[in-house]
Write a protein that binds this ligand. Structure first.
Ligand SMILES: Nc1ncnc2c1ncn2[C@@H]1O[C@H](COP(=O)(O)OP(=O)(O)OP(=O)(O)O)[C@@H](O)[C@H]1O
Length: 315
């Protein structure tokens, strides 16, 4: 009998409401061992709220979330042992060096003696902090602090890692280091959930992504699947002889056209429908009596697709 793979992270119809604000509004998805899953949405979309619930720092209004099959509601202790949560802030610590900081968290997880020393050494090795062991942490760069924060998250060797905006504010070099570390975590079979409000920041990191806005999931799939959407979405420019306002009105009535602008007599709009349909659009514009001088288009970038997917889709 073939056994179905059990997800390491599972959100099941998760809701978290704060008064009238539906911060998380019926979110479901799954992440498997060895998978890096991107959780993408603009500020206030509900990413941190759902991650805090997974980390057992908050409780759902309804629905549930599971880590390695254990419910955050019914079995928070078991969840905590299997999960490392890296928040999107790093506190200040006076007179503490890198080794002492990691040692503190290792103690907090109940690691003792040789086991604790081994855990601290291997985390410093993994996060390339071994040469900085005695450095006070207040003197670390943003990138180093981020690596230390990741190290702290990994100290008890959890199977699941939840990283809230780990790439925010990092310079290009620190980003590459972070990417390499996340790749290695995936090679070790960890399930990694990583949030960002920038799709391109995660595109090269993630196997799959979910796009969230106003607490709702708008799209889930591989980066290729989501960006495959770009073949059907283009920015189109048109110039016609005579008054362009009539064409603006005509385009505004079509369901395949959005985001129409008119500048210096040139119309720009977003067209959903691929190249075949674009050719049909041009024919219909001509057949409608508009005298077309110029018609050009450009397939949208991944970032544009993200904006398109999130643009006004949730009311
Ligand atoms: N404790 C709280 N009380 C009231 N409202 C809250 C609370 N926590 C979050 N919210 C609201 O829930 C919504 C989602 O916030 P959340 O922090 O989860 O978004 P986010 O996607 O992580 O955004 P960001 O990228 O800015 O961190 C926001 O409207 C926020 O104001």
């Amino acid at each position: 009998m073939i056994q179905a793979r059990q997800p390491m992270i599972e959100l099941k119809n998760l809701h978290r409401h704060f008064g009238k604000t539906r911060a998380v509004d019926d979110i479901s998805f799954e992440v498997y061992a060895g998978e890096v899953f991107g959780y993408i949405g603009p500020n206030g979309a509900g990413k941190t709220t759902s991650m805090r619930i997974l980390a057992t720092l908050d409780e759902p209004t309804s629905g549930d979330a599971f880590v390695d099959g254990f419910s955050v509601v019914d079995d928070p202790d078991r969840v905590r042992r299997r999960l490392g949560f890296m928040p999107d802030y790093f506190g200040t610590y006076d007179n503490v060096n890198v080794r002492e900081y990691l040692d503190f968290f290792a103690r907090a997880y109940g690691l003792r003696g040789t086991e604790r020393r081994t855990a601290v050494d291997s985390v410093m090795d993994f996060t390339l902090l071994d040469t900085l062991a005695e450095k006070p942490i207040n003197g670390l760069s943003k990138g180093m602090k981020q690596r230390l924060c990741l190290g702290r998250t990994m100290i008890h060797d959890p199977a699941v890692l939840i990283l809230d905006e780990p790439a925010a504010g990092l310079d290009p070099r620190a980003r590459i280091e972070l990417r390499e570390m996340i790749d290695r975590l995936s090679d070790l079979g960890k399930a990694v959930l990583i949030s960002s409000h920038i799709l391109t920041e995660l595109a090269e990191l993630c196997d799959r992504v979910a796009i969230i806005e106003q607490g709702q999931l708008l799209a889930t799939g591989s980066v290729e699947e989501i960006s495959g959407h770009s073949e059907t979405v283009s920015r189109v420019w048109m110039r016609v002889l005579g008054n362009p306002d009539n064409l603006v009105d005509w385009l505004g009535k079509r369901t395949d056209i959005t985001a129409i602008t008119l500048e210096a007599g040139k119309i720009a709009c977003t067209h959903e429908g691929g190249q075949e349909n674009q050719a049909v659009l041009l024919r219909e514009v001509v057949e409608a009596g508009f005298r077309v001088l110029e018609f050009s288009s450009k397939v949208k970038s991944l970032e544009d697709v993200f904006l398109f997917v999130t643009e006004g889709r949730v009311q």
